[in-house]
Design a binder for this molecule. Structure first.
Ligand code: PEP
Length: 248
């Protein structure tokens, strides 16, 4: 179902003490008009699960596609389900770049998440060179087509997409509202071509990449932007509150 979402990607940050402080602060966010999803590191899932305000959802930042077995250091979708995780980020550019994750591997992760009832937040986005070559639409389109080619419209009903231009992640450079809207519209059209009109109308597409208190409202106001995936700014309570309140 298409809905407004603000998801916090805490990345490899915070400890039990600083996470507790932030979680207590999050509880002061009242009447959010969007679904708020908090994605802490694995070590903080338990703390977040017990401290998260009841109207917020818990997310994870990664999953291994295998159901169980000899994969030292990895965590399966059923383990996430056991922790009451509802969302999981996949395809983040940092994992594509530093851990050489391919579209095929990301597709396996999505399959495993869906079979455990967890909603994948699928990240896609172009790097600066591709943007400068004006190939950004075809780049994102092929990430989506390669990843979802073996899925059906029924399979992908719950999938959320996050458009995250790599040149905007953690750089302070952000896509303009018009650049975000152009890509989100393109993603919705690709989804329509792959899975039909209903699937496209139901898809939530988030923007991520240096989304902050001072630019969130203008980006979220675009018709095809359904919220945001927030990195750095999600670690600062005051900043994150403004972003959540801008999503309606
Ligand atoms: C992210 O890494 O998903 C992200 C959007 O980071 P930032 O907001 O810090 O650019």
């Amino acid at each position: 179902m298409r809905k407004k979402i603000v998801a916090a990607n805490w990345k490899m940050n915070l400890n039990q003490s600083t996470a507790n402080t932030l979680l207590e602060g999050l509880a002061t966010i009242e009447n959010a008009a969007c679904e708020v999803v908090i994605c802490p590191s694995f070590t903080l899932l338990s703390t977040a699960q017990s401290k998260l305000p009841s109207n917020f959802s818990l997310g994870a930042q990664n999953v291994h596609p295998a159901p169980e077995g000899a994969f030292t250091g990895e965590v399966s979708a059923s383990m996430l389900k056991d922790m009451k995780v509802k969302y999981c980020i996949v395809g983040h550019s940092e994992r594509r770049e530093y851990f050489a994750e391919t579209d095929a591997f990301i597709a396996e992760k999505i399959k495993s998440l869906l079979s455990n009832g967890i909603t994948p937040i699928f990240c896609c986005g172009e790097n600066l060179q591709i943007r400068q070559n004006n190939s950004h639409q075809s780049c994102v389109e092929s990430q989506i087509r390669n990843t979802f080619s073996l899925f059906t419209a029924k399979d992908i009903e719950s999938v959320v997409i996050a458009y995250e231009p790599v040149w905007a992640i953690g750089t302070g450079m952000t896509a303009s509202p018009e650049q975000a809207e152009e890509m989100h519209l393109h993603i919705r059209q690709v989804w329509k071509d792959m899975f039909g009109e209903t699937a496209a109308a139901q898809l939530s597409i988030l923007y991520g990449g240096s989304c902050k208190a001072d630019n969130a409202a203008s980006i979220f106001a675009m018709p095809n932007v359904d919220g945001g995936l927030i990195g750095g700014a999600s670690l600062k309570l005051d900043e994150f509150k403004v972003i959540v309140n801008a999503c309606k």
